[in-house]
Design a protein around this ligand. Structure first.
Ligand code: ADP
Ligand code: MG
Length: 712
């Protein structure tokens, strides 16, 4: 069975057994039975209890093996030590879904983790899948199954909410009624011993009762499966990731390593997974609401209709902050809007019909906006005033939408005011129009609808095609030689050989063992040139005084030889480095001055090889102005990274300078992504720092290279 079929068996159960069903009122094993009854589960309920003949009036069985019919789902409420034994019986019974509420497994340490692993093996042996352990359960509106200890099924609707945290799930369950946010199901993932986010996304992507998938993520076990599932879903996904500050890459040896905090990597991975990132719970739920109820926004023109200048300006500020800035309405559209408002109103956008306009003003302005080809998305804002009734305005909005049709445009609303506004909001949401209590949220919702459209346009596949003119074997040979030498750090000339095997322009470089040899090699390479120390123990060569640039003649070579050797020896002595090896001095031609950029990679614990790009020098070191993508990826994706750095203007050419060679740069970034993913079994980190980047058409030069291997 495919993952989706297995998940379907698990999440659309026709029969549910409760292992550890209890006669005691407050026991979880009793609450789950009660919840299934109260949620009006339409299938068979089988309480399992060795002694009780019935529980809450339903016939109980001593063992799951005594149940006469098939069992789709077993909800485990027994103590941790009894779970494995019960799972073995479930496997014999070919139960499809194991919903393990019981805690006390991997979350308490190694021993628990071992048992957890065994439970999954047992479940798989019988053709089943495991949800949890350490969860609240699952709440399935489609099957009317509250197979959990949460009080009741959530408000019915079109969002699937999936949470790693159980307590959060219960509170969101209750919160759906306050927000009028309908959920098709709520899933608690807990320890994710088996079923994870990717499995759920795969299932809900195909579930026609679900329009939007909302996730609360603490960590992913398989980042790549997540990216693939998200991208394939073709359905809006919003995710809130917590714990973004905790894990850093403090001990990393390269620049890229130290910059690869998980926030930016998650940001990149979400983009690649076509997942909209929410910053907090409000954003998660507000965006889910909009994405579940409204079509995506197919163009970038937002129209705001408001009766208050203040909230209009606020919406404009927010729209810009969310990357969907408002634009002035075209002149002919302004003429139409002018007809809907008093003389002192504004038709520019925000369309301010003013407090004097009233219901008619709203109806007319909304009609104009909905009919206009220019408008791609509409926000209707309202301040509660003395001469209007919130309920009437809500009715007016609904009537305007009904009479004019939305032409596929999304529409959101925001009423600022008192209890009457809240009641109006409920009415709007029930009619399928998102409602928010401040303009910022309305704009965030529209920006999410826009982002969802852009993801749809991007399509499912990243158009990555590995470059063919690469020599993987040559790269592996260099790595094998360094390993044979007992090293996990490649020297610059070695790293450059690996880079060259993947088509990166590293220039000509030779390693001299003696001063005289250096003089000979210098003549062969030509002046001006650069000389650098080659020692596996000296990773940052300049720090050790190991780099001399712009050497113009033989005298310069001899002087540089002495200085670099003296500096290197002094550095080794000062740092008290044992068994230091100096392989010689590298000579290479001096690359013309360009704009220095850096491309590096790390091996992220969750996503694997991940590539970083940024401008060199202080931009990287002080400002940490960098961006990431999970490797491998296409040149087109690499092109998309460039505008993400704050110093992008430099790449575009500032103050009369020419635009830099972004095409070649993005090609190189994509090639590095290929290199680090094809050699991911060997490479931990890479750094091309700096790369000299030249104006359009003139390419680039990789002047320094560093590769750190995985410890073996
Ligand atoms: P490290 O990063 O180990 O200190 P680099 O090889 O990056 O050493 O050299 C330090 C600086 O010298 C670089 O940032 C660059 O500005 C300059 N440099 C190094 N190699 C070259 C070269 N071949 N052509 C021009 N400049 C170079
Ligand atoms: Mg460097």
């Amino acid at each position: 069975m495919s993952s989706v079929q297995e998940m379907k068996a698990l999440l659309t159960p026709k029969s549910i057994a409760i292992i550890g069903a209890s006669s005691k009122d407050n026991a979880i094993g009793n609450i789950v039975v009660k919840n299934l009854i109260e949620s009006h589960f339409e299938g068979a309920i089988y309480p399992i209890n060795p002694k009780a003949p019935e529980i809450r009036g339903i016939k109980a069985y001593p063992s799951i093996l005594d149940v006469p019919g098939e069992v789709d789902m077993a909800v485990f409420c027994v103590p941790a030590k009894a779970v494995l034994g019960a799972a073995e019986e479930c496997a014999k019974k070919h139960v499809k879904g194991y919903v393990i509420i019981t805690s006390g497994f991997s979350e308490i340490g190694h021993e628990g983790a071992e048992v957890e692993k065994k439970i999954v093996e047992v479940a798989h042996s019988g053709g089943g899948r495991v949800m949890g352990p350490n969860i609240v359960g699952v709440l399935l509106n489609g099957s009317k199954a509250n197979a959990s200890f949460a009080p009741c099924l959530p408000l019915d609707g079109k969002t699937a909410l999936i949470s790693q945290s159980g307590a959060l799930l219960i509170s969101l369950d209750m919160n759906t009624f306050v927000r009028h946010l309908g959920a098709s199901s709520m899933i608690s993932l807990g320890n994710m011993s088996d079923v994870d986010f990717a499995d759920c996304i795969n299932f809900y992507a195909e579930d026609d009762k679900t329009n939007c998938i909302g996730l609360y993520i603490e960590g992913l076990k398989n980042g790549r499966a997540f990216i693939e599932a998200g991208r394939k879903a073709g359905k809006p996904i919003v995710a809130l990731k917590s714990g973004v500050s905790a894990h850093g890459a403090a001990a990393a040896a390269s620049h890229t390593g130290s910059l690869a905090g998980s926030v930016k990597v998650y940001d990149a991975a979400f983009k690649q997974a076509h997942v909209i990132r929410a910053r907090d719970l409000d954003e998660l739920l507000d965006c889910s609401q909009a994405l579940a109820l409204q079509p995506v926004m197919k163009g970038e023109n937002i129209c705001v209709v408001t009766n208050g200048g203040g909230i209009g300006v606020l919406s404009s500020d927010s729209a810009e902050a969310y990357g969907v800035p408002l634009k002035t309405a075209p002149a002919d559209l302004q003429v139409e809007f002018k007809k809907c408002m008093p003389d002192f109103g504004s038709a520019k956008n925000p369309v301010d019909i003013t407090g004097g306009a009233g219901l008619k003003g709203y109806e007319d302005a909304i009609a104009v906006a909905l009919k206009s080809d220019w408008v791609n998305g509409l926000a209707v804002l309202y301040c509660e005033t003395a001469n209007t009734e919130p309920d009437e305005i809500a009715e007016g909005i609904l009537a305007a939408v009904k009479n004019n049709g939305t032409n596929g445009k999304p529409i959101v609303t925001c009423f600022v005011g008192g209890f009457k506004c809240q009641a109006a909001g409920k009415k709007l949401i029930e009619a399928g129009i998102p409602f928010y209590e401040n303009p910022d949220k309305a704009m965030r919702a529209l920006s999410a609808l826009r982002q969802a459209a852009l993801f749809q346009e991007e399509g499912i596949a990243d158009d990555y095609v590995p470059a063919k003119d690469v020599d993987q074997a040559a790269a592996r040979a260099v790595i094998a030689a360094a390993r044979a030498d007992g090293r996990s750090v490649l020297t610059e000339p070695e790293a450059k050989k690996v880079f060259a095997a993947y088509g990166l322009p590293v220039g000509k470089a030779l390693v001299a063992k003696t001063e005289d040899e250096a003089v000979k090699m210098a003549a062969e390479i030509g002046y001006p040139l650069v000389m650098k120390i080659v020692s596996p123990q000296i990773i940052h060569k300049s720090d050790a005084g190991g780099v001399k640039v712009n050497i113009k003649d033989e005298a310069g070579v001899r002087a540089a030889w002495k200085t670099i050797m003296d500096n290197a020896k002094a550095f080794i002595a000062k740092k008290d480095i044992k068994d230091a090896a100096i392989h010689g001095i590298l000579l290479q031609s001096m690359a013309p001055l360009g704009k220095e950029v850096i491309v590096g990679s790390v091996n992220d614990p969750q996503f694997g090889p991940t590539v970083m790009f940024g401008m060199g020098g202080i931009f990287v070191e002080v400002l940490k102005d960098v961006t990431f993508r999970v490797a491998p990826f296409s040149q087109k994706t690499a092109m998309g990274m460039l505008p993400e750095i704050k110093s992008y203007k430099i790449l575009q050419g500032t103050r009369g300078e020419k635009r830099l060679d972004q095409e070649r740069l993005s090609e190189i970034i994509s090639r590095i992504s290929q290199l680090v993913s094809e050699l991911s079994d060997e490479i931990a980190e890479t750094d091309a720092n700096p790369i000299m980047l030249y104006p359009e058409g003139e390419g680039l030069a990789v002047v320094d290279a560093r590769i750190i291997l995985k410890k073996k």
